[in-house]
Design a protein around this ligand. Sequence first.
Ligand code: ADP
Ligand code: MG
Length: 316
Amino acid sequence: MARREPEAEAVAVEEINEERANRERDALTISLTTVNLVRTEELMQAIQEITTPQTSLPGLIAIPDARSVIELENIHKTYTMGDIQVHALRGVSLTIGKGEFVAIMGASGSGKSTTMNILGCLDRPTKGTYILDGQDVSQMSKDERADIRSRKIGFVFQGFNLLVRTSALENVELPMLYAGIAGSQRHERAIESLAAVGLAGREQNHPNQLSGGQQQRVAVARALVNHPALILADEPTGNLDSRTAIEVMEIFQRLNRERGMTIVLVTHEADIAQYAQRVVVFKDGKIRKDYRVEDQRDAFEELRNLPAVEEDDDEE
Ligand code: ADP
Ligand code: MG
């Protein structure tokens, strides 16, 4: 999203609120369409990556701990709206290692989504450094960020963000289409990814033929399919009933444990945060707490102990 320049005319407050509401919904579309624009560049880069030693790639820098996926160093984010400045982030430093499962919590307006937008390369910090998987992405252009996004990050949103007139399989194939992966391989990997989230046999279903939990699993399959370094989930269980929420958390825990996926999840529910290994709490644009979860919940165990229900095939 374009940064507002100081000289830009003041924007009505309703407009900003509306824009913020639309932001999450649009984020995926933005990432997919902008990626499309830089596809040629992306292919060139892929070729370069294969033919050039990693260390000489532009933008890559040596990092002290090669195992961190995220390094935020003194991040500030200030939104300028006419004469008003909103300090959404006021010096956030955070390191997340490869294979960590982190929950981000905090009251509304504390800076969670702003942080997620920066982590997801949807937006840039006003000040500070962000190193993603060994690469400094803080000053990258919009196109460069779109490229990084398609290769390194899988997104899961509260509202699923699936294309409605498109099958589960095609929804999952989409990120690979933009990444320039050949048709047969796309098909194979999408089937594999849907099976990994327990949706084998549902490939041809459209979103309205799937329950909320199943739709969110399609979204997780889509987030996984490009083998990202990082999965970002903003309130992924916000629209789900409690059992379905546990089912989705079971998938995140499994991906984290079995595949070593790095997962950062925003939630305002303390009991959902207990499925993560670590909790980071934001307040007024700063990190106020950062702790290991003592009694991590185990979604798989919990589901085993819940009474069985029949799979709901209808629209919810
Ligand atoms: P949270 O996700 O924790 O509710 P946000 O990161 O959305 O918090 O917001 C942090 C602060 O930044 C809030 O005061 C919010 O109003 C402001 N803010 C967020 N996005 C924008 C924007 N695009 N323009 C102006 N102010 C914004
Ligand atoms: Mg938010």
